[in-house]
Design a protein around this ligand. Structure first.
Ligand SMILES: C[C@H](O)[C@@H](O)CC(=O)C(=O)O
Ligand SMILES: [Mg+2]
Length: 445
């Protein structure tokens, strides 16, 4: 086994011009350029770790800056030093006494922590010669627990309870792992119905997806009710009554407006409405959930839920579909806390993956959740978006609407060097060639 020491951390601003074709568009993010602050860790024995956090284009340079500010907490440490008290290392990074003023544990600085920690987890999995999900599955439950910072959540989940959940779930673990290796983890697709897509494109992509075995679909809503009704009717008619439909408003409405709007989409039978209102409005989500429950519509949220404390309160306030995010939360460490809390509250985890690299990352977490925590697939599925996988060294494999368990070692977010070079912002070829989006100078305002 290699016990490398980290000697360098480099971070790059990588952007993809997805907004040109409206990939990823929704009621609030009308021109997203899927982007990442991409981290590469070098060690003294040649082994590398790769990590990223997801952003939408403008402002990625700010996340890059925040990663640079965190770098000195990582460089010089041995992997052994970090993983022997990973919870402590998580706290060192997220509670540094000056940098924490920028968060704490939220916003740009937390996205940066995620990028750095994702790279450390990738390095660990590579050092152990395993895909990350398998590293977690094989880990002693006590060590899993030691990776989590329990500060602020012990009123909802103690270390002892977490350990107890993991120990109870050991029964049947081997069968579930075999099942995942055979069948993969169920997924749904968001790629047919981004808000900026025409009806023709939606129809064509939906037909293709049905042909490829997809049974669960998500449609973007929230900008215009009549458009929503037309698009939802179209997609429901295409997929039929027995396939699953979800709706995503990306925070567009006030609470009462959300209840009214979604009630008038109820005939299209959505399983959930996602992010109906401000992602920080825990009680607002609870009110919406209560109002929509008689219509059989659930509420989902999480892609912009800053941290484990927010998730704790969401869970305490009402049931919801928990949409963990591999780059919004503080990497695997904080995601483990949320998976365990979700299990305690008996709600399904359905990870968010709409972004570059998020499918690659989150598949590992949800495999671990099924094998070692929840042991259930009821109402559970992992999001899939069909964009930009060709830029990764170990792209996700989807078969028949399922994520196939990754076999390559690491956390699957190493990008091809050629892709990084051509998409670096602003000097990469893609951006030099892309003159359709002139930069607005600050002095214009
Ligand atoms: C801007 C992103 O594409 C966002 O719309 C993704 C999202 O909400 C989802 O995948 O869910
Ligand atoms: Mg969403």
């Amino acid at each position: 086994k290699m016990l490398p020491r980290i000697v360098k951390l480099a971070v790059t601003d990588v952007r993809f011009p997805t907004s040109l074709e409206q990939h990823g568009s929704d009621a609030m993010h009308t021109d997203p350029d899927y982007s990442a602050a991409y981290v590469v860790i070098d060690t003294d024995c040649g082994l590398k770790g790769f990590g990223l956090t997801f952003t939408l284009g403008k402002g990625t340079e700010i996340v890059v800056c925040a990663v640079e500010a965190l770098a000195r907490l990582v460089v010089g440490k041995s992997l052994q030093e970090i993983v022997s008290d990973f919870g402590g290392f998580y706290r060192l990074l997220t509670s540094e006494s000056q940098l924490r003023w920028l968060g704490p544990e939220k916003g740009v600085i937390h996205l940066a922590s995620a990028a750095v920690l994702n790279a450390v987890w990738d390095l660990w999995a590579r050092a152990e010669g395993k895909p990350l999900w398998k590293l977690l599955v094989d880990m002693d439950p006590k060590q899993i627990v030691s990776c989590i910072d329990f500060r602020y959540i012990t009123d909802a989940l103690t270390e002892e309870e977490a350990l107890d959940i993991l120990l109870k779930a050991r029964e049947g673990r081997k069968q579930r792992e075999d099942q995942m290796l055979r069948e993969g983890y169920p997924a749904y697709t968001t790629s047919c119905a981004w808000l900026g897509y025409s009806d023709e494109l939606l129809t064509q992509l939906c037909a293709d997806a049905l042909g490829n075995g997809w049974t669960k679909f998500k449609v973007k809503v929230g900008a215009d009710l009549e458009d929503d009704r037309r698009r939802c009717r179209l997609i429901r008619e295409m997929i039929g009554p027995s396939n699953t439909l979800m709706m995503d408003a990306n925070q567009r409405w006030d609470v009462a407006e959300a209840i009214r709007w979604v009630s008038s989409l109820a005939d299209f039978k959505p399983l959930w409405i996602e992010e109906p209102t401000c992602p920080d409005d825990i009680l607002g989500h609870a009110a919406i959930s209560k109002a929509l429950a008689p219509l059989g519509i659930g509420v989902a949220s999480g892609e912009q839920c800053h941290n484990r404390v927010m998730f704790k309160q969401f869970l305490q306030a009402s049931a919801l579909f928990v949409q963990i995010d591999s780059c919004r939360l503080g990497s695997v460490n904080e995601n483990l806390a949320v998976l365990l809390m979700a299990h305690k509250f008996q709600v399904p985890v359905c990870p968010h993956a709409g972004g570059v690299g998020l499918c690659e990352l989150v598949q590992h977490l949800i495999l671990f959740d099924y094998i070692c925590v929840s042991g259930s697939l009821a109402n559970r599925m992992c999001e899939y978006v069909d964009h930009l996988h060709e830029h990764f060294a170990s792209p996700v494999v989807i078969r028949n609407g399922h994520y196939i368990a990754p076999e390559d070692i690491g956390y699957s977010c190493e990008m091809l060097e050629s892709s990084v070079q051509s998409h670096r912002y602003p000097e990469g070829d893609v951006w030099k060639a892309n003159t359709s989006k002139p930069e607005v100078k600050m002095d214009t305002f």
